[in-house]
Design a protein around this ligand. Structure first.
Ligand code: NDP
Length: 324
């Protein structure tokens, strides 16, 4: 049962590039945004090392540092950044309601959802140990560091196929590890993989362990699940591309989402099916999933929230508290 209640004008849920960009725009538009960061303030980028592809950093920047910069920029214009996790929402009436950490209710005139997504991992201990030191869940972010080297990528969907062909342009050899005897990826993507000479496909193959010298990855131990034979594959990079899970469970039953949980927004917009609730970043983008695209949709969400609030100010009082 929640005890404390507070009303805010513009509530932002999530603190990745989408959330912070929305905050910068919303604060500059005088919407007095209040942001709840979620469990990992700064989001996925705080778990990576160098970011070389975000515009404006000619020498690159460390992920956590970049998120600090974004936080400071959002705060400079008056965003109130709070550590807290939204545990449930109620979008049945105006203003919209969310519960923070199960004990505080916040009502908001508009809500911007920027809860992001989490990469799925194999769950190996060694995968965690070498995360950021040869293990990565983003080829586009980290492939560059493995130029001219041998790498492996696990997964058989469109992401794995796309990332394998991306890595093949940079790396000497790309080993793609497919757990079944076929890909899940679309035929077109499979065709690209099959026609890239430096991609080696290992069907019926599982990763048992990531091996290293205590600092960096040096090889992986793989199992041929047909023959039962284990072997070592020398690689310096190990990419995991077995899917992402959008962090949208709390919105189930309120917001339209696809079968994997990605929020559905209107075309060319961040509008959800609930008036005044906008979604941006990886929570609604399963295709691009880049910091810069998340930032772009964060900007869109804030601009749409601003227009929405401006339009409401001109509505008669009675409509503002109505059930929608
Ligand atoms: P998917 O869920 O489509 O594929 C995940 C893949 O990972 C599957 O092949 C699955 O194997 C494999 N996998 C899952 N768990 C393990 C494990 N423990 N060990 C080994 N392999 C595992 O995820 P994607 O990220 O590839 O794609 C997500 C969505 O985004 C899809 O709808 C896709 O079409 C779309 N997308 C579209 C793109 C485009 O159009 N350009 C680009 C990227 C994504 P199995 O097949 O055996 O289940």
């Amino acid at each position: 049962m929640s005890q404390e209640t507070e009303h805010v004008h513009c509530l932002i849920i999530g603190s990745g590039p989408a959330g912070y960009t929305a905050a910068i725009y919303a604060a500059r538009a005088d919407l007095k945004p209040v942001m709840y960061t979620g469990i990992i303030p700064g989001g996925q980028l705080t778990q990576t090392t160098d970011v070389d592809n975000f515009p404006g950093y000619p020498e690159g920047i460390m992920g956590p540092e970049m998120m600090e910069d974004l936080r400071k920029q959002a705060e400079r214009f008056g965003t109130e950044v709070r550590f807290g996790y939204i545990t449930s929402v109620d979008f049945s009436s105006m203003p919209r309601k969310v519960v923070v950490d199960e004990n505080k209710t916040v009502t908001a005139d508009t809500v911007i959802i920027a809860t992001g997504a989490s990469a799925k991992w194999l769950g190996l201990e060694s995968e965690q140990k070498y995360n950021g030191f040869g293990v990565s869940a983003c080829a586009v972010c980290d492939g560059f560091f493995f130029k001219g080297q041998d790498v492996a990528i696990v997964g058989a969907g469109d992401t794995a196929a796309e990332e394998a062909t991306y890595l093949a342009k940079l790396c000497k050899t790309v080993h793609i590890l497919v757990r079944r005897d076929e890909f899940r990826a679309s035929k077109a993507m499979q065709h690209r993989v099959l026609n890239t000479p430096n991609i080696v496909i290992h069907y019926n193959t599982e990763t048992k362990e990531i091996l290293g010298d205590g600092r960096n990855v040096t090889a992986i131990r793989i199992l041929d699940n047909k023959s039962g034979i284990e072997s070592e594959l020398p690689v310096t990079g190990f990419f995991v591309a077995i899917g992402h899970k959008p962090n949208t469970d709390i919105f189930k039953g309120w917001l339209d989402m696809d079968e994997t949980g990605y929020l559905i927004t209107q075309p060319d917009s961040t509008k959800t099916n609930i008036e005044g609730v906008f979604a941006c970043g990886d929570a609604q983008d399963k295709i691009f999933r880049q910091a810069v695209t998340a930032a772009g949709t964060g900007c869109m969400a804030a601009l749409e929230a601003e227009r929405y609030l401006a339009a409401r100010e001109h509505e008669p009082e009675v409509a503002k508290d109505s059930v929608v």
